[in-house]
Design a protein around this ligand. Structure first.
Ligand code: TXA
Ligand code: MG
Length: 320
Protein backbone atom coordinates (compact mmCIF):
# COMPACT_ATOMS: atom_id res chain seq x y z
CA UNK A 1 0.00 0.00 0.00
CA UNK A 2 1.20 3.47 -0.78
CA UNK A 3 -0.17 5.83 1.86
CA UNK A 4 1.80 9.07 1.82
CA UNK A 5 1.59 12.53 3.27
CA UNK A 6 0.12 15.02 0.83
CA UNK A 7 3.17 17.21 0.38
CA UNK A 8 4.17 18.92 -2.86
CA UNK A 9 6.41 16.15 -4.08
CA UNK A 10 3.90 13.38 -3.42
CA UNK A 11 1.11 15.35 -5.06
CA UNK A 12 3.30 15.71 -8.13
CA UNK A 13 3.91 11.97 -8.11
CA UNK A 14 0.17 11.36 -7.70
CA UNK A 15 -0.53 13.57 -10.72
CA UNK A 16 1.82 11.39 -12.77
CA UNK A 17 -0.16 8.32 -11.70
CA UNK A 18 -3.41 10.00 -12.80
CA UNK A 19 -1.89 11.00 -16.15
CA UNK A 20 -0.78 7.41 -16.67
CA UNK A 21 -4.27 6.01 -16.07
CA UNK A 22 -3.84 4.96 -12.43
CA UNK A 23 -5.97 5.44 -9.30
CA UNK A 24 -5.25 7.95 -6.54
CA UNK A 25 -7.30 8.45 -3.38
CA UNK A 26 -7.21 12.07 -2.33
CA UNK A 27 -8.76 14.33 0.31
CA UNK A 28 -11.52 16.81 -0.40
CA UNK A 29 -13.36 18.99 2.11
CA UNK A 30 -16.38 16.62 1.97
CA UNK A 31 -14.98 13.08 1.87
CA UNK A 32 -11.98 11.32 0.33
CA UNK A 33 -12.34 10.62 -3.39
CA UNK A 34 -11.12 7.69 -5.46
CA UNK A 35 -9.77 9.50 -8.50
CA UNK A 36 -8.86 8.70 -12.07
CA UNK A 37 -8.37 10.71 -15.25
CA UNK A 38 -11.97 11.63 -16.10
CA UNK A 39 -11.23 11.76 -19.83
CA UNK A 40 -9.68 8.28 -19.94
CA UNK A 41 -12.44 5.62 -20.06
CA UNK A 42 -10.15 2.72 -19.13
CA UNK A 43 -8.86 4.58 -16.08
CA UNK A 44 -12.45 5.35 -15.06
CA UNK A 45 -13.38 1.68 -15.43
CA UNK A 46 -10.75 0.88 -12.79
CA UNK A 47 -12.73 2.97 -10.28
CA UNK A 48 -15.79 0.74 -10.63
CA UNK A 49 -13.61 -2.34 -10.38
CA UNK A 50 -11.93 -1.10 -7.20
CA UNK A 51 -15.22 -0.09 -5.55
CA UNK A 52 -16.85 -3.38 -6.48
CA UNK A 53 -20.01 -1.56 -7.41
CA UNK A 54 -22.60 -4.01 -8.72
CA UNK A 55 -23.79 -1.38 -11.17
CA UNK A 56 -22.44 1.67 -12.89
CA UNK A 57 -23.26 4.89 -11.17
CA UNK A 58 -22.45 8.22 -12.77
CA UNK A 59 -19.38 9.94 -11.33
CA UNK A 60 -18.57 13.52 -10.43
CA UNK A 61 -15.90 15.27 -12.50
CA UNK A 62 -13.72 17.39 -10.23
CA UNK A 63 -12.21 20.52 -11.74
CA UNK A 64 -9.50 22.86 -10.53
CA UNK A 65 -10.80 26.13 -11.90
CA UNK A 66 -14.22 27.62 -12.61
CA UNK A 67 -13.12 28.28 -16.17
CA UNK A 68 -12.82 24.55 -16.84
CA UNK A 69 -16.60 24.18 -16.57
CA UNK A 70 -17.26 25.31 -20.14
CA UNK A 71 -15.16 22.45 -21.52
CA UNK A 72 -17.50 19.86 -20.03
CA UNK A 73 -20.86 21.65 -20.20
CA UNK A 74 -21.97 24.30 -22.64
CA UNK A 75 -24.98 25.27 -20.53
CA UNK A 76 -24.62 28.57 -18.69
CA UNK A 77 -27.10 31.09 -17.36
CA UNK A 78 -27.23 33.72 -14.65
CA UNK A 79 -28.30 31.35 -11.89
CA UNK A 80 -25.59 28.82 -12.68
CA UNK A 81 -23.08 31.67 -12.69
CA UNK A 82 -24.36 32.86 -9.31
CA UNK A 83 -24.01 29.39 -7.80
CA UNK A 84 -20.49 28.99 -9.08
CA UNK A 85 -19.46 32.45 -7.97
CA UNK A 86 -20.89 31.97 -4.49
CA UNK A 87 -20.24 28.28 -3.74
CA UNK A 88 -17.22 27.13 -5.74
CA UNK A 89 -14.84 25.91 -4.59
CA UNK A 90 -17.12 24.04 -2.18
CA UNK A 91 -19.52 21.18 -1.44
CA UNK A 92 -21.90 21.81 -4.34
CA UNK A 93 -22.12 19.53 -7.38
CA UNK A 94 -23.93 20.74 -10.49
CA UNK A 95 -25.51 18.29 -12.93
CA UNK A 96 -25.61 19.90 -16.37
CA UNK A 97 -25.87 18.77 -20.00
CA UNK A 98 -22.48 17.37 -21.00
CA UNK A 99 -20.24 18.18 -23.94
CA UNK A 100 -18.97 15.53 -26.34
CA UNK A 101 -15.58 15.05 -24.72
CA UNK A 102 -16.99 13.60 -21.48
CA UNK A 103 -16.80 9.79 -21.82
CA UNK A 104 -20.00 7.78 -21.45
CA UNK A 105 -18.57 5.70 -18.63
CA UNK A 106 -18.29 8.84 -16.45
CA UNK A 107 -21.98 9.69 -16.84
CA UNK A 108 -23.27 6.08 -17.15
CA UNK A 109 -24.60 7.02 -20.54
CA UNK A 110 -26.57 10.00 -19.20
CA UNK A 111 -26.59 13.11 -21.38
CA UNK A 112 -25.66 15.08 -18.25
CA UNK A 113 -22.45 15.38 -16.24
CA UNK A 114 -21.92 16.15 -12.54
CA UNK A 115 -19.27 18.82 -11.93
CA UNK A 116 -17.64 20.12 -8.78
CA UNK A 117 -14.70 22.28 -7.79
CA UNK A 118 -13.61 20.97 -4.37
CA UNK A 119 -12.46 23.32 -1.63
CA UNK A 120 -9.28 21.56 -0.62
CA UNK A 121 -5.74 22.66 -1.51
CA UNK A 122 -4.52 19.08 -2.04
CA UNK A 123 -7.42 18.19 -4.35
CA UNK A 124 -7.02 21.40 -6.34
CA UNK A 125 -3.27 21.00 -6.72
CA UNK A 126 -3.66 17.37 -7.78
CA UNK A 127 -6.25 18.22 -10.45
CA UNK A 128 -4.24 21.21 -11.64
CA UNK A 129 -1.02 19.21 -11.99
CA UNK A 130 -2.80 16.30 -13.64
CA UNK A 131 -4.12 18.76 -16.21
CA UNK A 132 -7.34 16.80 -16.53
CA UNK A 133 -10.65 16.68 -14.66
CA UNK A 134 -10.57 13.92 -12.06
CA UNK A 135 -13.54 11.55 -11.92
CA UNK A 136 -14.03 10.44 -8.34
CA UNK A 137 -16.68 8.78 -6.25
CA UNK A 138 -16.26 8.60 -2.50
CA UNK A 139 -13.30 6.31 -1.78
CA UNK A 140 -15.26 3.56 -0.04
CA UNK A 141 -16.30 0.13 -1.16
CA UNK A 142 -19.89 -0.16 -2.34
CA UNK A 143 -22.25 -0.24 0.64
CA UNK A 144 -19.67 1.02 3.13
CA UNK A 145 -19.50 4.40 4.84
CA UNK A 146 -17.79 7.27 3.05
CA UNK A 147 -14.20 7.88 4.20
CA UNK A 148 -13.24 11.12 5.88
CA UNK A 149 -9.68 10.11 6.77
CA UNK A 150 -6.90 8.50 4.77
CA UNK A 151 -6.92 5.53 7.19
CA UNK A 152 -10.53 4.74 6.23
CA UNK A 153 -9.48 4.49 2.61
CA UNK A 154 -6.45 2.39 3.46
CA UNK A 155 -8.56 -0.09 5.41
CA UNK A 156 -10.95 -0.96 2.58
CA UNK A 157 -9.18 0.04 -0.62
CA UNK A 158 -5.52 0.03 0.34
CA UNK A 159 -4.59 -2.78 -2.02
CA UNK A 160 -6.66 -1.37 -4.89
CA UNK A 161 -5.24 2.14 -5.33
CA UNK A 162 -1.84 3.19 -6.59
CA UNK A 163 -1.51 5.94 -3.99
CA UNK A 164 -3.44 7.40 -1.07
CA UNK A 165 -2.69 11.05 -0.34
CA UNK A 166 -3.13 11.78 3.35
CA UNK A 167 -4.38 15.34 3.78
CA UNK A 168 -5.89 14.96 7.24
CA UNK A 169 -9.54 14.86 8.18
CA UNK A 170 -12.17 16.11 5.74
CA UNK A 171 -13.64 19.25 7.24
CA UNK A 172 -17.20 18.92 5.91
CA UNK A 173 -17.45 15.16 6.38
CA UNK A 174 -20.55 14.54 4.28
CA UNK A 175 -20.73 14.43 0.52
CA UNK A 176 -21.53 17.42 -1.61
CA UNK A 177 -25.06 18.61 -2.27
CA UNK A 178 -26.08 17.69 -5.80
CA UNK A 179 -28.46 19.78 -7.86
CA UNK A 180 -29.49 19.30 -11.46
CA UNK A 181 -30.44 22.02 -13.90
CA UNK A 182 -33.13 20.76 -16.25
CA UNK A 183 -35.77 22.57 -18.32
CA UNK A 184 -35.09 25.90 -16.61
CA UNK A 185 -35.54 24.43 -13.12
CA UNK A 186 -33.13 23.28 -10.43
CA UNK A 187 -33.71 19.92 -8.71
CA UNK A 188 -32.12 18.72 -5.51
CA UNK A 189 -30.81 15.21 -6.21
CA UNK A 190 -28.84 14.67 -3.01
CA UNK A 191 -28.77 16.74 0.16
CA UNK A 192 -25.20 17.25 1.34
CA UNK A 193 -22.59 19.63 2.66
CA UNK A 194 -24.37 22.77 1.46
CA UNK A 195 -27.92 23.39 2.68
CA UNK A 196 -30.91 23.80 0.39
CA UNK A 197 -31.66 27.08 2.16
CA UNK A 198 -28.27 28.53 1.32
CA UNK A 199 -28.75 27.61 -2.31
CA UNK A 200 -32.27 29.04 -2.38
CA UNK A 201 -30.99 32.29 -0.90
CA UNK A 202 -28.97 32.72 -4.07
CA UNK A 203 -31.26 31.46 -6.83
CA UNK A 204 -34.77 31.11 -5.38
CA UNK A 205 -36.76 27.96 -4.85
CA UNK A 206 -35.40 24.63 -6.02
CA UNK A 207 -37.45 21.49 -6.51
CA UNK A 208 -36.90 18.25 -4.66
CA UNK A 209 -35.60 15.58 -7.01
CA UNK A 210 -34.71 12.07 -6.03
CA UNK A 211 -32.80 11.66 -2.80
CA UNK A 212 -31.79 8.06 -3.33
CA UNK A 213 -28.32 8.70 -4.67
CA UNK A 214 -27.65 5.01 -5.22
CA UNK A 215 -30.30 4.85 -7.93
CA UNK A 216 -29.68 7.84 -10.16
CA UNK A 217 -30.36 5.81 -13.26
CA UNK A 218 -33.60 4.18 -12.22
CA UNK A 219 -36.01 4.96 -15.05
CA UNK A 220 -38.45 7.70 -14.21
CA UNK A 221 -36.65 8.83 -11.06
CA UNK A 222 -34.66 11.57 -12.66
CA UNK A 223 -35.94 14.44 -14.79
CA UNK A 224 -33.74 13.03 -17.50
CA UNK A 225 -32.10 9.66 -17.85
CA UNK A 226 -30.44 7.47 -20.37
CA UNK A 227 -33.07 5.79 -22.51
CA UNK A 228 -32.06 3.79 -25.56
CA UNK A 229 -34.09 4.79 -28.59
CA UNK A 230 -33.64 1.44 -30.29
CA UNK A 231 -35.11 -1.82 -28.95
CA UNK A 232 -32.32 -3.86 -27.35
CA UNK A 233 -32.39 -7.57 -26.60
CA UNK A 234 -29.98 -10.24 -25.45
CA UNK A 235 -28.84 -12.33 -28.40
CA UNK A 236 -31.08 -15.16 -29.45
CA UNK A 237 -31.15 -16.78 -32.91
CA UNK A 238 -34.90 -16.30 -33.11
CA UNK A 239 -34.40 -12.54 -33.53
CA UNK A 240 -32.25 -12.87 -36.66
CA UNK A 241 -34.45 -11.60 -39.48
CA UNK A 242 -32.78 -10.47 -42.70
CA UNK A 243 -35.63 -8.06 -43.42
CA UNK A 244 -34.74 -6.07 -40.35
CA UNK A 245 -31.89 -3.68 -39.67
CA UNK A 246 -30.08 -5.34 -36.81
CA UNK A 247 -26.90 -4.30 -35.02
CA UNK A 248 -24.76 -6.43 -32.73
CA UNK A 249 -22.86 -5.55 -29.59
CA UNK A 250 -20.63 -8.49 -28.79
CA UNK A 251 -17.94 -9.09 -26.23
CA UNK A 252 -14.95 -10.63 -28.00
CA UNK A 253 -15.75 -11.57 -31.59
CA UNK A 254 -18.65 -11.97 -33.97
CA UNK A 255 -18.79 -15.59 -35.11
CA UNK A 256 -22.11 -15.44 -36.90
CA UNK A 257 -22.47 -15.00 -40.67
CA UNK A 258 -25.66 -12.95 -40.28
CA UNK A 259 -25.53 -9.66 -42.25
CA UNK A 260 -25.66 -7.23 -39.33
CA UNK A 261 -25.78 -3.59 -40.33
CA UNK A 262 -23.24 -2.73 -37.68
CA UNK A 263 -21.15 -4.76 -35.27
CA UNK A 264 -19.31 -3.37 -32.28
CA UNK A 265 -16.84 -5.48 -30.33
CA UNK A 266 -16.45 -4.47 -26.69
CA UNK A 267 -13.05 -6.04 -26.18
CA UNK A 268 -11.22 -8.16 -28.76
CA UNK A 269 -8.86 -9.23 -25.94
CA UNK A 270 -11.80 -10.19 -23.68
CA UNK A 271 -10.81 -7.63 -21.10
CA UNK A 272 -13.82 -6.66 -18.96
CA UNK A 273 -12.22 -3.36 -18.08
CA UNK A 274 -11.90 -2.39 -21.72
CA UNK A 275 -15.44 -3.65 -22.32
CA UNK A 276 -16.81 -1.45 -19.54
CA UNK A 277 -14.92 1.53 -20.85
CA UNK A 278 -16.46 1.06 -24.31
CA UNK A 279 -19.99 0.08 -23.31
CA UNK A 280 -21.81 3.40 -23.26
CA UNK A 281 -20.09 4.96 -26.23
CA UNK A 282 -20.72 1.84 -28.37
CA UNK A 283 -24.39 1.78 -27.38
CA UNK A 284 -24.61 5.40 -28.46
CA UNK A 285 -22.96 4.58 -31.79
CA UNK A 286 -25.38 1.74 -32.41
CA UNK A 287 -28.32 3.98 -31.55
CA UNK A 288 -27.25 6.50 -34.15
CA UNK A 289 -27.63 3.90 -36.92
CA UNK A 290 -31.46 3.92 -36.93
CA UNK A 291 -31.60 0.18 -36.42
CA UNK A 292 -34.75 -1.85 -35.79
CA UNK A 293 -33.02 -3.87 -33.11
CA UNK A 294 -29.75 -4.02 -31.17
CA UNK A 295 -28.72 -7.50 -30.08
CA UNK A 296 -26.25 -7.76 -27.23
CA UNK A 297 -24.14 -10.65 -26.10
CA UNK A 298 -24.01 -11.55 -22.40
CA UNK A 299 -20.69 -11.21 -20.63
CA UNK A 300 -19.45 -13.25 -17.72
CA UNK A 301 -20.83 -11.93 -14.44
CA UNK A 302 -17.59 -11.44 -12.58
CA UNK A 303 -15.78 -8.19 -11.75
CA UNK A 304 -16.93 -5.41 -14.05
CA UNK A 305 -19.01 -7.97 -15.95
CA UNK A 306 -21.69 -7.61 -13.26
CA UNK A 307 -21.98 -3.88 -13.83
CA UNK A 308 -22.04 -4.39 -17.60
CA UNK A 309 -24.82 -6.97 -17.34
CA UNK A 310 -26.78 -4.79 -14.91
CA UNK A 311 -26.73 -1.91 -17.39
CA UNK A 312 -27.61 -4.15 -20.35
CA UNK A 313 -30.50 -5.72 -18.46
CA UNK A 314 -31.86 -2.28 -17.64
CA UNK A 315 -31.54 -1.24 -21.26
CA UNK A 316 -33.31 -4.41 -22.47
CA UNK A 317 -36.08 -4.13 -19.86
CA UNK A 318 -37.09 -0.75 -21.20
CA UNK A 319 -38.12 -2.39 -24.41
CA UNK A 320 -40.36 -5.12 -23.09
O1 TXA B 1 -18.59 15.16 -1.95
C1 TXA B 1 -18.71 14.43 -2.93
O2 TXA B 1 -19.58 14.62 -3.77
C2 TXA B 1 -17.71 13.27 -3.05
C3 TXA B 1 -16.32 13.87 -3.21
C4 TXA B 1 -15.27 12.84 -3.49
O3 TXA B 1 -16.34 14.85 -4.23
N1 TXA B 1 -18.05 12.41 -4.13
C5 TXA B 1 -19.12 11.58 -4.09
O4 TXA B 1 -19.23 10.79 -5.24
O5 TXA B 1 -19.91 11.53 -3.18
P1 TXA B 1 -20.21 9.52 -5.30
O6 TXA B 1 -19.90 8.84 -6.60
O7 TXA B 1 -20.08 8.70 -4.09
O8 TXA B 1 -21.63 10.17 -5.41
C6 TXA B 1 -21.92 10.97 -6.52
C7 TXA B 1 -23.33 10.84 -6.90
C8 TXA B 1 -23.68 9.53 -7.60
O9 TXA B 1 -24.09 8.55 -6.71
C9 TXA B 1 -24.84 9.96 -8.45
O10 TXA B 1 -26.03 9.80 -7.72
C10 TXA B 1 -24.66 11.45 -8.66
O11 TXA B 1 -23.55 11.81 -7.93
N2 TXA B 1 -24.43 11.78 -10.06
C11 TXA B 1 -23.26 11.82 -10.74
N3 TXA B 1 -23.46 12.14 -12.02
C12 TXA B 1 -24.78 12.32 -12.17
C13 TXA B 1 -25.61 12.65 -13.27
N4 TXA B 1 -25.10 12.88 -14.49
N5 TXA B 1 -26.94 12.74 -13.05
C14 TXA B 1 -27.45 12.51 -11.83
N6 TXA B 1 -26.72 12.18 -10.75
C15 TXA B 1 -25.41 12.08 -10.92
MG1 MG C 1 -20.56 7.50 -2.42
Amino acid sequence: MNLVKANKENIRHAAEIIKNGGLVAFPTETVYGLGADGLNPIAVAKIFEAKKRPAFNPLILHIADKDWLQKYSATRNKKIDRLIYKFWPGPLTLVLPKTGIVPGIVTSGNPTVALRMPDHPVALQLIEESGTPIAAPSANKFGHLSPTEAAHVAKYLGDRVDMILDGGKSSVGVESTIIQFHDDEFYLLRPGGLSKEEIENEIGEIKIGITDSEKPNAPGQLPSHYSPQTPLKFFNKKYLDENKKIGLLCFKENKSPFPYLKVKILSPDSDLREAAANLFSFLHELEKENLDLILVESVEEKGLGRAIMDRLRKASNKNQ
